[in-house]
Design a protein around this ligand. Structure first.
Ligand code: ZN
Ligand code: ZN
Length: 291
């Protein structure tokens, strides 16, 4: 049996249903390290210090992700299904493990100083900072702390999403935010196993959820979405721009190369962000590596 789906007009073979939610399955930092290393090869020399730091941090995240002891989460009855209070309890331990591992690496003086300051934070302060990153309060967090806290929070949320029971849902819900954790999507993706369907990918827990192509990720626009790519560059990453709410999201088709990483490709296409900022377009989620 094969069928046409109206939204993408392609033959999808024998797949009976669209999966509304696809939970992450693998350690996401493994391929991210490799993609950063690839990026470094062609990057201009003046970016090497920054990229080396991203590689160090992502290597540490890969290890702590593997080693951290996180229990299968008890889901909320309604979306977002992951329980923030329960997950935040892991944040101090995970952050400290990241800092200990990072301090074994050759760090710049600046990074060394920040990791020392972070190591001295009390657990309840770290949990409060986690709540700020999740949008509960808008207390200020020192700019230089944000990337480390974001990485630790990501480790906790992705690992919890991997361990979670898949919630049963109707496909038609068309979430604007992640059904698992409530965060905004970092990008929309088309992956090889997903039958040409477009999914939004969560900026925090890396869950994917189905959203019909040609609908805006942010507003109720189901009409026209404009695509923009880097001029003169064969980039697989484009932007989807909504003319109604003037919001855009990065889009990547990974059907030919499933190894491509949304965070790395996003950083490689920052010129698109500059172009769209000049045109008053906004973006709802930001790449944590730029924090
Ligand atoms: Zn999420
Ligand atoms: Zn819109």
């Amino acid at each position: 049996m094969s069928q046409f789906t109206p939204e993408n007009n392609v033959l999808v073979g024998t797949i009976p249903d669209v999966k509304p939610i696809i939970l992450p399955t693998d350690n996401p930092f493994t391929s991210r390290v490799m993609q950063f290393e690839k990026m470094r090869i062609t990057a201009p020399e003046e970016l090497h210090i920054t990229i080396d730091f991203w590689i160090q941090l992502t290597e540490v995240a890969r290890l702590i992700f593997k080693e951290s002891d996180i229990a299968k989460p008890v889901l909320n009855a309604e979306h977002p299904f992951l329980n923030d209070d329960a997950l935040l309890q892991y944040l101090p331990t995970v952050l400290k493990a990241v800092l200990v591992e990072l301090q074994k690496k050759p760090l710049t003086d600046e990074v060394q100083k920040v990791t020392k300051e972070l190591s001295q934070l009390a657990d309840d302060v770290i949990i409060d900072y986690g709540r700020v990153l999740l949008g509960y309060t808008d207390t200020e967090i020192a700019k230089e702390f944000q990337l480390f806290l974001s990485i630790a929070l990501k480790i906790v949320y992705v690992k919890s999403a991997i361990l979670a029971e898949l919630p049963e849902l109707e496909v038609e819900q068309g979430f604007h935010h992640c059904p698992m954790c409530g965060d905004a999507p970092i990008a929309s993706v088309i992956d090889p196993m997903d039958n040409g369907l477009r999914y939004l990918l969560c900026n925090l827990c890396e869950t994917k959820w189905h959203k019909v192509r040609s609908t805006c990720h942010n507003c109720s626009n189901t009409g026209k979405i404009e695509l923009l790519s880097v001029e003169g560059q064969e980039s697989v990453m484009k932007t989807e721009n909504c003319p109604e709410c003037k919001t855009y999201i990065k889009h990547i088709d990974r059907t030919k190369n499933p190894m491509l990483d949304v965070y790395v490709e996003d950083l490689a296409t920052l010129s698109l962000d500059f172009t769209l900022a000049e045109d008053d377009h906004q973006r709802k989620s930001f790449n944590l590596y730029l924090r």
